[in-house]
Design a protein around this ligand. Structure first.
Ligand SMILES: C[S@@+](CC[C@H](N)C(=O)[O-])C[C@H]1O[C@@H](n2cnc3c(N)ncnc32)[C@H](O)[C@@H]1O
Length: 303
């Protein structure tokens, strides 16, 4: 497709669509991941400003981590997959704001948010600079972004590489697409992309050092997670675990805007909800609220 100047427009980034996925039951409830869950919760609590006005979790899925957000007046759970949000709402009720949207076109006004959280999502992001650009836009000046990503330069990968079992160097900066639409990232790549977006890393924490079946069966998940947290805080800068948490600051930018919504089609903002939808004053679109879920996607067929 060509843009107005006749130049070839870059292709849209691909999206890993979880619509209808049994992620909650198969990946978490039926699998032995109590340790990973506990370790991530500890890291999130350590990095999250405990109170604030508005927080959004991008790629919130079924709302696994919502317990950590009790200090926020408005908590927004955003996901591309409508079925994930239906599951979250059925379990969590109406204490949260549910938003079905694409992280590349966040439906939030510029500087509308105090805090953004994103855990286990960057590994599905093909266009990292575009995603970070959106986070930087929606955060107010001084706002915080808690980001988790899959770290390709972890000890297991380094050992496999030197043993000849891994062809791609874990030290190479380019993202590695491990399987389709699943990328692992070098910490330097992520931090450089954050800097380019006007976001500064304040703290680092390596997480999930002990993803070893035998150890997880031997030591209770909570105890293993606490040791992980102690090590991870000290080794955060070295980033040798498979998961890396960052606490990131939006250094510039204005105070929080009062208006919340923005049109993902034309960019008009701020928009306000009216009745069962958010009408756009720019292009005339009307973004519906269906069964308690704000739908800001054009390519979604709702029953
Ligand atoms: C591995 S799950 C993680 C869910 C949750 N953060 C957790 O840790 O339990 C990844 C989530 O990212 C969402 N996702 C993937 N691409 C997205 C996009 N472009 N915009 C919004 N959400 C997206 C998926 O729908 C899915 O719910």
């Amino acid at each position: 497709m060509n843009d107005a100047a006749g130049a070839e427009a870059p292709p849209e980034p691909r999206i890993c669509d979880y619509e209808g996925s049994p992620y909650r039951t198969v990946f978490w409830e039926q699998a032995d991941r109590g340790y990973e869950d506990a370790a991530e919760r500890l890291a999130l609590r350590a990095m999250l400003p405990p109170t604030g006005e508005r927080l959004v979790e991008i790629g919130a899925g079924f709302g696994r981590l919502v317990d950590a957000y009790a200090g926020y007046r408005q908590v927004i759970l955003l996901d591309y997959a409508h079925s994930m949000l239906e599951d979250a709402r059925a379990r969590l009720g109406d204490a949260f704001t549910y938003v079905c949207a694409d992280l590349y076109r966040l439906p939030f006004a510029t500087h509308a948010l105090d805090t953004v959280v994103q855990v286990r999502v960057l590994h599905h992001v093909e266009d990292v600079p575009a995603a970070f650009g959106e986070v930087a836009r929606v955060l107010r000046g001084g706002g915080v972004y808690v980001l988790e990503f899959a770290n390709k330069r972890n000890l297991k990968s380094i050992a496999r590489y030197y043993a000849g079992g891994l062809a791609d160097s874990p030290f190479a900066r380019e993202p590695r697409e491990v399987v389709a639409l699943n990328w692992n990232f070098h910490p330097d790549y992520v931090e450089s992309a954050l800097r380019d977006a006007g976001l500064a890393v304040l703290r680092r924490r390596a997480v999930s050092h002990f993803r070893v079946g035998a150890l997880k069966r031997l030591v209770p998940a909570g105890a293993l997670a606490r040791v992980d947290g102690l090590i991870g805080d000290r080794l955060g800068g070295m980033a040798v675990a498979p998961s890396q948490f960052l606490q990131v600051l939006r250094t510039t930018g204005g105070p929080r805007s009062t208006g919340l919504w923005r049109c993902p089609r034309c960019g008009a903002e701020p928009l306000a909800a009216e009745g069962d939808g958010v009408p756009c004053t720019g292009c005339g679109a009307r973004w519906p609220i269906v069964n308690g879920i704000h739908v800001f996607r054009e390519n979604l067929d709702l029953p």
